[in-house]
Design a protein around this ligand. Structure first.
Ligand code: GRF
Length: 253
């Protein structure tokens, strides 16, 4: 039996659409039964409806700052739809311990950075300002601290010299749409005691031009500083090498 998931959004809903698209495959272990938004104007609501998924609006404004009451109303909608897994996808409200506790171990989120780097907002501009060479996205379980919680999947993309926050965001978003459905599928399979699909470990689930790309020319990156054939002989035991992978000074040429 497929597990019933809802997606909680505040805006565009492109990740929600990626989840809905994946769940159209009857072999996908999850069906998306509901999209909930705290914003009546969220474009994602129209998208969900067009894709045949029921929608519900639980506007936070109506609750005049009573966050617990707002979350209780969301929770009631989720229960009424017999939801088992909750996916946050661009939901822009901080959660209280009520909703986090209620969905502990069953609530996923996608965040546009390689956590634990750049939690919070404006991740792409901050990544550019920090000068990182790799950036990306993370699917994680939601715990009490925002943008923390066990990591389920990540994808990395190169940061290119002429990137703006917008071009970088678009490159990351393309990967979000790939890893969120993969992570949800692996999560749901494990939950129902099925062994996750072979690619669930996300060893290399992404197209070659996408993630985990080496942005440097082949002769540039990750090359051993030692010319071939000159690797020093390390006389230590394998256990000692594992503890401290650097060869002893004496072994260096
Ligand atoms: C995505 O970048 C997601 O990582 C972040 O909010 C954005 C939502 O985009 N949490 P969309 O609504 O899924 O298009």
């Amino acid at each position: 039996m497929r597990q019933r998931a809802a997606v909680l959004i505040s805006g565009r809903g492109s990740n929600m659409a990626a989840l809905i698209a994946a769940a159209r495959d009857p072999a996908y272990p999850v069906e998306i039964v509901l999209a909930v938004s705290n914003q009546a104007q969220a474009p994602g609501l129209g998208l969900a409806a067009a894709l045949g998924v029921p929608t519900e609006v639980v506007e936070h404004r109506r609750f005049k700052g009573d966050r617990a009451a707002h979350e209780a109303a969301i929770d009631a909608a989720l229960r009424a739809a017999e939801v088992q897994i909750l996916c946050l996808a661009g939901y822009m409200r901080l959660l209280t311990p009520f909703l986090v506790g209620r969905w502990a171990g069953r609530m996923l989120n996608i965040h546009p950075s390689l956590l634990p780097a750049f939690p919070g907002l404006d991740t792409h501009a901050r990544a550019l300002a920090a000068g990182v060479k790799l950036h990306g996205c993370t699917v994680h379980l939601v715990t009490q601290t925002t943008d923390e919680g066990p990591i389920l999947a990540q994808a990395a993309v190169p940061v290119l010299p002429d990137d703006t926050a917008e071009t970088l965001a678009a490159r990351v978003l393309a990967q979000e749409h790939i890893i969120y459905p993969l992570a949800l599928r692996a999560f749901a399979s494990r939950r129902s005691g099925m062994s996750p699909p072979a690619d669930a470990a996300l060893l290399n689930p992404l197209p070659p031009e996408g993630a985990l790309l080496n942005p440097l020319p082949p002769e540039g990156a990750l090359q051993s500083p030692l010319p071939p054939g000159t690797a020093p002989h390390d006389p230590r035991s394998p256990e000692a090498v594992l503890r401290d992978p650097l060869p002893p000074r004496a072994a260096l040429p």
